[in-house]
Write a new protein. Structure first.
Length: 209
């Protein structure tokens, strides 16, 4: 799986364990997700191009840097929203688009219901955010939408990925680099990731209770 990068930082592992724990309530789940997203943003932006600028300290002028490329975050609704806060903390100038997709519970195929994206996607680094990469249907559909709207450089950022989803997304879009904090074992017969963390949207928004 050459276009998959697993984020192995100890603090990421610590937070992912708390997110997996079924005893973690929604209020804690949200704040841990926000923090782990900021840690992920650090890793995902590691290869960002910089431009040199001059900066004047109180003592003298020296060389400094600015980030050259514009960044567009695109959470897949709903669960992707849980990652936006942490990414925006690290990337305060990022613009944010939204893609609404849900999985049909019977067919597991993605159904789209919302699309609102910023302009000039072709010049931006586009980061698709979704905690779960399960069958890969939602991810592959989101990338197709974004490419049709002009996006050229896309990364897919997830918390937990299943081998099935990585395979499907890589096959459909070999140019899209995938980040995850864990490559889990497999999907169950309902398309849930094992061991996973359950239904991410329900855990963030408390809709499973
Ligand atoms: C979840 C998750 C992904 C999708 C992954 O969303 O957030 O978008 O499932 O599954 P896939 O890889 O098999 O497509 P869900 O459909 O549960 O919608 P929600 O975020 O509104 O709860
Ligand atoms: N969507 C989720 O929220 N969790 C899974 O395990 C699979 C898809």
């Amino acid at each position: 799986m050459k276009n998959l990068h697993i984020i192995n930082h100890p603090l990421v592992k610590r937070d992912l364990t708390k997110l997996r724990d079924k005893k973690t309530p929604s209020n804690q789940f949200r704040s841990i997700l926000r923090r782990i997203a900021a840690l992920m943003a650090y890793e995902v932006t590691r290869d960002m191009p910089l431009a040199e600028i001059e900066v004047a300290t109180p003592l003298e002028k020296t060389a400094g840097h600015i980030v050259e490329s514009s960044v567009v975050l695109v959470p897949i609704l709903r669960a992707g929203l849980g990652l936006v806060g942490g990414f925006v903390e690290v990337l305060p100038d990022a613009r944010v688009g939204h893609i609404g997709l849900f999985r049909d519970e019977e067919t597991l195929k993605p159904v789209d219901y919302y699309l609102k994206l910023p302009k000039n996607l072709d010049k931006a680094l586009v980061l698709i955010l979704d905690p779960m990469l399960a069958t890969g249907g939602s991810a592959a559909a989101a990338v197709t939408f974004l490419k049709n709207k002009g996006a050229k450089k896309i990364k897919f950022v997830s918390l937990v990925a299943a081998p099935e989803g990585v395979k499907k997304l890589s096959k459909a879009h070999p140019d899209v680099f995938i980040y995850a904090c864990s490559l889990d074992r497999q999907l169950n017969d309902k398309g849930y990731i094992l061991p996973g963390l359950g239904d991410a949207g329900d855990r963030i928004f408390g809709t499973g209770e």
